[in-house]
Design a protein around this ligand. Structure first.
Ligand code: AKG
Ligand code: FE2
Length: 611
């Protein structure tokens, strides 16, 4: 007997709330293996939620982007050199549909147009009440859309900002929304006006959070007159804010307020406005911070000759003693090889897209020195090894090279850390040295290297190397180091700081750990380099490049990094020469600027790094 078939469910249009939740679920479920499909699903669901809410609230009908024959225009990621990343057609269509919301978004500012606008903290900020308060759900949808667009690589900045601005047009005192827009502006820092607008947004967010917690808990500390002011856009709302604050506001204030304070404090420290940063840092329970000469580091004199030639911020060349920690070398690689690396690692290249860069954790590749040159990076490793041995003789004992790369906007830093095998899992093991080769000049902050060891006392001083095309930094990576976030507006709007790192390891200190799930990870074999049966069994589809490392068929980026058939010498010659790093006279200090006493015990959590 045939099984009784269940009745087909009656198709019913999903509610905006269900679509919003579907979008969030797709965002949470993102992985490099499903990247375009997850992003398409999330964008489509969130856009549908916004369209439904716009229609319900009487905003201009969304234009039908799906009917637009040119819908993919503008939805390829433009790299600075004009190269474009191919975007899957479904994703391009989903991105175009987001733009279709613009007509409705343009009328959000007209607050008398629809009842209940702008949203205030008087509503319970519970999404289940969305039918009575559709504008809060709509603001939340725009916030989620903005956050998703900002997570992609390269980030879709213009669309991201438009979505976050829409969230704030609906809900001007939205602490989480102001923080997100400020952080998006700071993440690109293309102009002084990005920084100024971000500061105003953060001041408003911090002041709003302070008032909300005071209103929600009248017995708690008062916000006091000393903190940032609300600013002209929020001042008219100040009284209602206090009267109307509900329980849900406390959540907003508690969750987003401290993050807004941290961002604001960082911005002030970067601008050298330390006195203004101090009360914010104190209220966040920091006692110490990265010192002024670190966060307000001396600018590269070759880029900013006037600003840095004299005065207290002028860079001072490092004195003797730095050589065992850090060396800088100009013209490190033959220009032809540099060109190949730059192209293969340009922001729009498939290297980043295929790994899911920016959305996955640390990933690197490793190979044995002297093994066949499977890529241009293998050949770069040989050339850099020769340069490094001359400056750090211990590098002659290296058996393995591990490499990874970064591509960051000007203000993105890299927290201070120690380079370690498997990110320190099972004990810290360091390479003999790490090399950083700058593939781009000018954009981004310098690399900071300190003499601080894991578990040792705080470093009294350090040294920096600014990024410059074809410059090489070589440092003993057992010591604390990192990338200081670029300060001020980006010298190249829209530019990226691109670096290739190659670390040289002794035998026994690093282990190759091929993954079988096809995901990026630390110390991977070069795709295709493991013979079948070597390493762990493959869980991947047959037929493509990858071999027993589990990435088979997924990676094509290696094609952009083909080795020179004549070996490293085939790339031509260069004449590397030494450059002098700059001194950083103080790495840590008390938040009031006082020097740290030698041997003082300072807890890591009480030290503000700002990034
Ligand atoms: O990009 C740099 O300057 C150094 C980065 C670094 O230390 C790292 O990626 O481990
Ligand atoms: Fe590092």
């Amino acid at each position: 007997m045939a099984p009784k078939s269940s009745k087909p469910k009656k198709a019913s249009a999903a509610t905006p709330l269900a679509l919003y939740k579907r979008g969030l679920t797709a965002m949470r479920g993102w992985s490099p293996l499903t990247s375009a499909a997850s992003d398409t699903e999330a964008l489509t669901a969130l856009t549908a939620a916004a369209r439904g809410l716009q229609a319900r609230m009487g905003f201009a009908a969304a234009s039908d982007a799906n009917g637009d024959a040119d819908m993919t225009n503008g939805h390829a990621a433009a790299a600075p050199d004009g190269e474009q990343t191919a975007v899957a057609p479904e994703l391009a269509a989903a991105l175009a549909a987001v733009d279709g919301l613009a007509a409705g978004m343009a009328s959000y500012g007209e607050s008398d147009r629809t009842e209940g606008l702008p949203v205030r903290h008087s509503v319970d900020l519970g999404l289940d009440d969305w039918e009575e308060e559709p504008a809060f759900l709509l603001a939340s949808v725009h916030l989620a859309l903005g956050q998703l667009l900002g997570r992609m690589f390269p980030r879709r900045e213009a669309q991201e900002l438009a979505q976050l601005r829409a969230a704030l047009a609906l809900f001007p005192a939205f602490v989480g929304g102001r923080l997100a827009l400020a952080q998006a502006l700071l993440a690109r820092s293309d102009s002084v006006s990005d920084l100024t607008e971000a500061e105003a947004l953060l001041c408003g967010a911090v002041a709003t959070a302070a008032r909300l917690s005071a209103a929600a808990d009248p017995s708690g500390p008062s916000p006091g007159p000393a903190g940032p002011s609300l600013g002209p856009d929020l001042e008219p709302l100040a009284d209602v804010m206090l009267l109307e604050a509900s329980g849900a506001c406390r959540r907003e204030a508690e969750e987003q307020g401290p993050a807004a304070k941290r961002s604001l404090a960082m911005l002030l420290c970067q601008e050298g406005r330390d006195k203004e940063a101090e009360p914010l840092l104190a209220s966040l329970d920091f006692t110490h911070r990265l010192a002024r000469p670190v966060l307000h580091y001396p600018l590269d004199p070759s880029l900013f000759p006037a600003a840095s030639s004299s005065g207290p911020d002028a860079p001072a060349p490092a004195g003797p003693g730095h050589e065992r920690y850090l060396r800088a070398v100009e013209d490190a690689l033959p220009p032809q090889l540099l060109g190949v690396l730059r192209k293969a690692l340009s922001p729009g290249s498939r290297y980043w897209a295929e790994h899911g860069y920016g959305r996955v954790g640390y990933f690197s590749y490793m190979h044995e020195l002297g093994s066949p040159d499977l890529s241009a990076v293998h050949q770069a490793a040989r050339l850099l090894h020769a340069i490094a041995v001359q400056r750090f003789p211990e590098v002659a004992n290296a058996r393995y090279a591990e490499w990874w790369a970064h591509c960051r906007r000007h203000p993105a830093g890299h927290q201070l850390h120690f380079d370690s095998d498997d990110e320190g899992v099972g004990g810290v093991r360091n390479p003999i040295v790490s090399c950083v080769i700058y593939l781009s000049g000018g954009v981004g902050g310098p690399t900071l290297v300190t003499p601080q060891l894991l578990g040792g006392p705080l470093a009294p001083h350090g040294w920096i190397v600014h990024p410059r095309d074809n410059r090489l930094g070589i440092f003993d990576a057992a010591h604390l180091h990192g990338v200081i976030p670029g300060r001020g507006p980006s010298p190249v709007p829209g530019g990226y700081r691109i670096t290739l790192m190659i670390a040289f390891w002794r035998d026994g200190d690093i282990k190759c750990r091929p993954r079988t799930d096809g995901l990026p990870g630390p110390s991977q074999p070069f795709p295709g380099s493991l013979a079948e049966g070597e390493g762990a069994p493959s869980a991947s589809v047959p037929g493509g490049v990858g071999g027993a490392d589990g990435s088979r068929g997924r990676y094509t980026w290696m094609q952009d990094l083909a080795p020179h058939p004549d070996g490293p010498a085939g790339w031509g010659t260069t004449q590397p020469y030494d450059a002098v790093p700059y001194d950083i006279p103080r790495v840590w200090e008390a938040i009031d600027g006082a020097a740290i006493q030698a041997g003082a015990a300072v807890s890591y959590d009480a030290c503000f790094q700002g990034f």
